[in-house]
Design a protein around this ligand. Structure first.
Ligand SMILES: Nc1ncnc2c1ncn2[C@@H]1O[C@H](COP(=O)(O)OP(=O)(O)OP(=O)(O)O)[C@@H](O)[C@H]1O
Ligand SMILES: [Zn+2]
Length: 761
């Protein structure tokens, strides 16, 4: 029987009509790129639309899948009946179905897995919209009145804690009762009691999912500088074209990119279309988010910590057209916004746009894909374009717009490189703060200016070893040295988070020669506090900024001058705009340089440029001191000279003959398993198969490896890896398809495919 014959089945509807039988194409959340056909019973026909979830028999179970299409021609003769529909409307619209289909084929995962990944869990769970209770502080009080309330004898400790928390918030900020109770240990009856005493107010209502200007019109746009105006004219011309394309907005730090984004969004909203604004990380970009919220109504900010019901309400607001601008991190590229006319990726070079678990997508690529489907414009904005984007612009595929000046008369800061080897010689020993840095810190601080110190390593010391036998203290589950965290008095694995008590003697030879070597932010904090007594130091790293909202609070305090020195990891490198910061010190420019990763040079250049850009943003000017043991490395010298073009040309020169991106494409397969032997064996078998394919490709496909991964063991799982490299993606894709069957887990070894990999751990 031919396929066409199979479709000739007829079906009786409840109204007695006879219709051609309908089949649903269903995908499941499994690592298998396959469509399954089910017949749609008459009572479900009218209700079912692609993009909805369905209940379907699978093996001897009933599981949930996504309907991705309807057809009258099934792929098999015997089809089972669908058993139900879970949604009243499609969770994924047509564009999202197209995008997820592409995701599954490009990133080698199941279509069902891809859809599952792009619909927020709260939406899948169907969290009910519910009423929340909000708390605001009562009337404005003087410091004396506050103190009296807190010290009152009849006040229970927890009540005082609640009040202290509220007093520490800005006037009129509201907080959910639930969050307040969690933070202070208070109870609802305690809050009601305080309300009766008129010390706070409680309000029950549904949370506002979107930002609306409360009391007053949105903030006016700034008058654009000449350079911004020229850029804006070009952007407007592009917006008017039928195919709007991709713009690479290469603007140095402080050149006013954000203002351009805002005015472009305004232009687009006038046309009745909507905008998606992606930032590398929400909590680190509170300053720009604040600016967006001040300018527009109906802005939804997608935080990762959004509470269930609220998140669901917001998702629905976006889907049902009540939101004009969506701001969020990587996964917001899948926000169910309709009529998208503009997608902005701020700091497009950031690796946070790449997802490190399946589907391992890059939001930058999805943005471009989505814009093609929706006929929207993409703006990739950055001071340090990724070489991929730079190269596309060079080839003419993207329109490049350059902002080469800072706003007004402001100049880029002067950067001085300090050769730490020379420093060691001069000072006969190694000191983490060089004489130059110390000198300029003293100067800046005495002028009541602020200083930012940057070190991309947290903890106290990253390395503990025995001076007698050479033993290195490593995590027993991972192949990684443990980091000493002094405040917590633990040694911690930064991969699996295992912790232990710091050893006093060598666990191997028992000698008392244990040595804590190297330095992290915690140690720098201690060194600086000793050198600069009387100044307040704010340390920002993932240890000190654990609780929700702590970034915003810390940055606000720094902006208000409560701290004179801000010390942190990469979380302080980007976006900050504090005019009183006149000195930036890079404690070690070398932390990234020696990573086994072809992007190490690029990352170093980006990070130094970004962190250097945090100073000189006011009339007092700025200076940067970069400390390095590799002072002549081109990533460092070009960053010091603010010469992106010079860096890019040099870096491209090095990558071209090796076919590294952007000239070639790559995929990485990571093998991991509890047995070292099985893991290695599996990697060798797959590598063997791929090398056969590569041989036939006439050198068009290269296979590197297999070899132990740079981190050989994480969480008790051994890791091996191999790399596929080719001029075009199709070759890699075809090769991966050929071995797809063998990639399934065997003997406890999993194979993870990472297309266009970023992290090479
Ligand atoms: N046209 C303008 N007139 C006056 N001030 C402006 C104008 N455009 C931007 N600014 C101000 O200049 C500063 C730098 O601008 P903005 O933060 O937009 O730069 P950026 O390019 O996004 O910087 P970065 O990449 O370093 O984060 C901000 O304080 C901003 O308010
Ligand atoms: Zn570990």
């Amino acid at each position: 029987m031919s396929i066409a014959d199979k479709s000739s089945k007829l079906q009786d509807t409840p109204t007695g009509q006879t219709l051609q039988q309908l089949f649903a194409e269903v995908v499941f959340n499994i690592p298998l790129n396959k469509l399954f056909h089910y017949s749609v019973p008459p009572d479900l026909r009218e209700l079912l639309t692609p993009g909805m979830r369905v209940k379907a028999p699978f093996g001897n179970k009933v599981i949930t899948g996504f309907c991705v299409g309807l057809t009258t021609i099934p792929s098999v003769y015997k089809t089972k009946d669908l058993m139900g529909i879970l949604d009243a409307f499609p969770l994924a619209d047509e564009t999202m179905l197209r995008i997820t289909k592409w995701l599954s084929s490009y990133y080698c995962c199941g279509w069902g897995e891809a859809i599952h990944a792009v619909i927020p869990p709260v939406v899948r769970r169907g969290a009910k919209e519910k009423i929340d209770i909000f708390v605001t502080c009562g009337k404005p009080l003087t410091a004396f009145e506050k103190e009296t309330i807190l010290q009152s004898k009849k006040r229970a400790i927890k009540q005082a804690k609640v009040m202290e928390f509220l007093f520490n918030q800005a006037q009129n900020t509201e907080i959910r009762a639930k969050e307040l109770m969690k933070a202070t240990g208070g109870t609802m009856s305690m809050l009601r009691q305080l309300e009766r005493e008129n010390l706070l107010q409680l309000e029950e209502r549904q949370a506002d999912a979107v930002n609306a200007q409360k009391g007053g019109a949105p903030v006016q746009h700034l008058a654009l500088s000449e350079e911004q105006q020229a850029a804006f004219t070009l952007i407007k011309e592009k917006l008017a074209e039928p195919s709007q394309g991709i713009i690479l907005l290469h603007g140095i730090t402080g050149s006013g990119k954000t203002e351009l984004y805002l005015q472009t969004i305004a232009k687009l909203l006038e046309q009745g279309r909507k905008a998606l604004f992606l930032v590398p990380e929400i909590s680190l970009t509170s300053q720009s988010i604040q600016r967006i919220k001040e300018r527009f109504n109906n802005v939804a900010v997608l935080h990762s910590h959004l509470q269930g019901a609220f998140h669901h309400a917001q998702w629905k607001d976006i889907k049902e057209g009540r939101v004009d601008v969506v701001v969020g991190a990587r996964s917001s590229i899948f926000a169910p916004l309709k009529d998208v006319g503009l997608i902005i990726l701020d700091e497009e070079h950031e690796n946070t746009y790449k997802q490190e678990n399946s589907p391992r997508y890059n939001a930058r690529d999805i943005a471009i894909l989505r814009a093609t489907y929706e006929n929207a414009m993409v703006i990739l904005g950055t001071a340090t374009p990724s070489l991929e984007s730079y190269y596309e612009a060079e080839k003419g595929n993207y329109t490049k717009i350059v902002l080469s000046k800072r706003i007004g008369t402001l100049q880029l800061p002067q950067v001085e490189i300090v050769d730490m080897l020379e420093e060691v010689r001069k000072k006969r020993g190694y000191h983490v703060v060089s004489q130059r840095l110390e000198y300029y810190m003293k100067q800046a601080l005495s002028r009541r200016e602020q200083v930012i110190l940057f070190l991309n390593r947290r903890g106290f010391t990253p390395y503990i070893h025995c001076k007698r036998c050479g033993f290195v203290l490593k995590c027993h589950r991972c192949d990684i040295p443990l980091t000493f965290h002094k405040k917590l008095n633990i040694v911690l694995c930064h991969y699996c988070h295992a912790e232990a008590i710091p050893p006093e003697s060598c666990p191997d030879c028992m000698a008392n020669y244990i040595n804590y070597r190297g330095f992290g932010t915690e140690k720098i904090e201690e060194v600086i506090a000793k050198k600069f007594p009387g100044y307040n130091i704010l340390r920002m790293d993932s240890d000190s900024m654990r609780s929700h909202g702590s970034h915003e609070k810390a940055l606000k305090a720094f902006g208000e001058g409560e701290f004179q020195i801000l010390l942190g990891t990469q979380m302080i490198a980007k976006g900050l705009d504090f005019p009183n910061v006149t000195l930036v010190g890079v404690i070690s420019a070398d932390t990234m340089l020696n990573l086994p990763d072809f992007r190490a040079g690029e990352r170093t250049f980006q990070l130094i440029s970004q962190v250097a850009g945090r100073t000189g943003r006011g009339q007092k000017g700025g200076r940067v001191i970069v400390q390095s043991f590799n002072p002549r490395h081109y990533s460092i010298t070009y960053a010091a000279a603010h010469d992106y073009e010079g860096f890019a040309k040099k870096e491209l020169e090095y990558r071209r003959p090796l076919n590294y991106p952007p000239f070639g494409r790559m995929a990485r397969i990571i093998f991991r398993g509890a047995s070292e032997k099985n893991t290695e064996e599996k990697a060798s078998v797959i590598a063997g198969k791929l090398k056969e394919i590569a041989k036939e490709s006439n050198n068009q496909l290269q296979i590197l490896g297999p070899s132990p991964a740079p981190v050989m063991k994480i969480n008790n799982l051994f890791r091996w890896h191999l790399l596929l490299k080719a001029k075009d993606h199709q070759r890699i894709h075809d090769a991966l398809l050929c071995v797809a069957d063998t990639l399934k887990p065997t003997k406890g070894v999993q194979s993870l495919v990472d297309v266009d990999p970023y992290m090479m751990l």
